[in-house]
Design a protein around this ligand. Structure first.
Ligand SMILES: *[C@@H]1O[C@H](CO)[C@@H](O)[C@H](O)[C@H]1NC(C)=O
Ligand SMILES: *[C@@H]1O[C@H](CO)[C@@H](O)[C@H](O)[C@H]1NC(C)=O
Length: 386
């Protein structure tokens, strides 16, 4: 989905605007504490488009935190995906490095994603950092790549590795335009998987697909994960989590078009075969049956209150401040709405981190698709809800 066309399509705006609007910054939190809504980056006044959007985090082995996002300073120079770093549990952040386009001459423009290799892979040791992101020209005309970068020095420097996918563009949400969006990386069974949103199939305004690699250089053809027969339906924004206790994978996505961007999910024992699973509407089990809409994010973590290996599934959406949590069954009746005190954001990211050895939930907020003048980058660190 994207930008100016999205404003025109209206399906997301009413709920998202009411959840955020312009906000007053909070005082800087104390180091290594719990807090919400901690703005640590304000875009320049002359920044363009959404100014900031779509924050993504990572934690390094020394417990320091990284955050990146879509960043829109006036160009030139070409846009990049900034890397900010925190060494005090997310309380304060400073500019550390940037993932810059080294091959296309277009900039790193949309939807960054950070990932740590859990095993030696493609000639790199376990612990190597990967970054995927969308590189497209400012004009959005003439081609688009989802590109892969690697860092072997704890995010100080980044080097191009491979093109994960290519579209002819233009990079906008018009049906029939061969755009690609929103990479999400995950290792599975000896392959690195990249899930993304795909407008290149003329039978669908957009569908969800994945590609795989065994060497970080050569990527497979795209395989469907979610596609609907109504041509104008637009499932979008895959995220995936592993429910370890059940050896099941869960993917969340927004179902735009027929379902008006309601959040849906699928579960499957094989995350390369979500296509054969049925999409289920993710609806709160509160009395008002809360319907989260747009830009979901899902994670799984062991339940802090249990010792039997069972866990908690945590889902975020663009339209709500609360998260929805479930037990490992992912039952459609099991989504409990939990207030977490954190502003909503377009594609607010979730990550389990440790702060001085204790597990916490980290939020990454890059702003909303309302008034871009209200956007900034904020984080939050809370106890893991269960
Ligand atoms: C952050 O630092 C990197 C590398 O030192 C630099 O290229 C980039 O422009 C800086 N970003 C900002 C927002 O100052
Ligand atoms: C909602 O789901 C949770 C599990 O996540 C369960 O404990 C709770 O009983 C459910 N509430 C209702 C009203 O069904």
């Amino acid at each position: 989905m994207h930008y100016t066309q999205l404003i025109g399509s209206l399906f997301l705006l009413p709920c998202i605007l009411s959840a955020s609007a312009c906000v007053t910054p909070n005082p800087t939190p104390a180091a290594f504490t719990n807090f919400n809504d901690n703005i640590f980056f304000f875009p320049a006044a002359n920044a363009v488009n959404w100014k900031t959007l779509y924050a993504r985090s990572l934690q390094l082995p020394d417990e320091s935190l990284l955050m990146t996002w879509e960043n829109y300073p006036a160009e030139p120079p070409l846009v990049n995906h900034p890397i900010y770093k925190s060494v005090d549990g997310g309380a304060t952040w400073s500019n550390f490095s940037a993932i810059k386009d080294q091959v296309n001459g277009w900039g790193m423009r949309f939807q960054p994603f950070l990932y740590t290799l859990p095993q030696a892979f493609g000639g790199y040791p376990a612990g190597t950092l990967l970054a995927a992101g969308v590189s497209a020209p400012f004009s959005l005309q003439g081609g688009v790549y989802i590109d892969l970068y690697v860092s072997q020095d704890s995010a100080k420097t980044w080097n191009f590795v491979s093109h994960i996918a290519y579209g002819n563009g233009p990079e906008d949400i018009t049906t029939g335009h061969a755009a690609i969006w929103e990479p999400f990386l995950m290792m599975y069974s000896g392959s690195l998987v990249c899930y993304f949103s795909d407008q290149r199939d003329s039978a669908h305004s957009q569908k969800l697909v994945h590609v795989t690699t065994t060497d970080l250089h050569t990527w497979s053809a795209a395989v469907d994960d979610v596609s609907y027969s109504a041509k104008n339906d637009r499932p979008g924004m895959t995220t995936v989590a592993y429910i370890a206790s059940k050896q099941q994978y869960i993917m969340t996505y927004e179902y735009c078009g027929t379902a008006k961007c309601a959040v849906y999910y699928k579960t499957a024992p094989n995350p390369l075969n979500f296509n054969s699973a049925t999409g289920i509407a993710l609806v709160g089990n509160d009395t008002s049956k809360t319907v989260p809409k747009g830009s979901p994010y899902v994670i799984w973590t062991p339940n802090p209150a249990k010792t039997d290996g069972s866990g908690v599934i945590i889902a975020s959406s663009g339209s709500l401040e609360p998260v929805l949590i479930n037990d490992d069954s992912a039952s459609p009746q099991g989504w409990k709405v939990v207030n977490v005190g954190q502003w909503s954001a377009y594609s607010r990211s979730l990550r389990i981190i440790t702060v001085q050895g204790k597990k916490k939930l980290l939020f990454g907020n890059g702003g909303n698709m309302g008034d871009p003048n209200c956007n900034s980058v904020a984080n939050g660190v809370i106890e893991v809800p269960y």
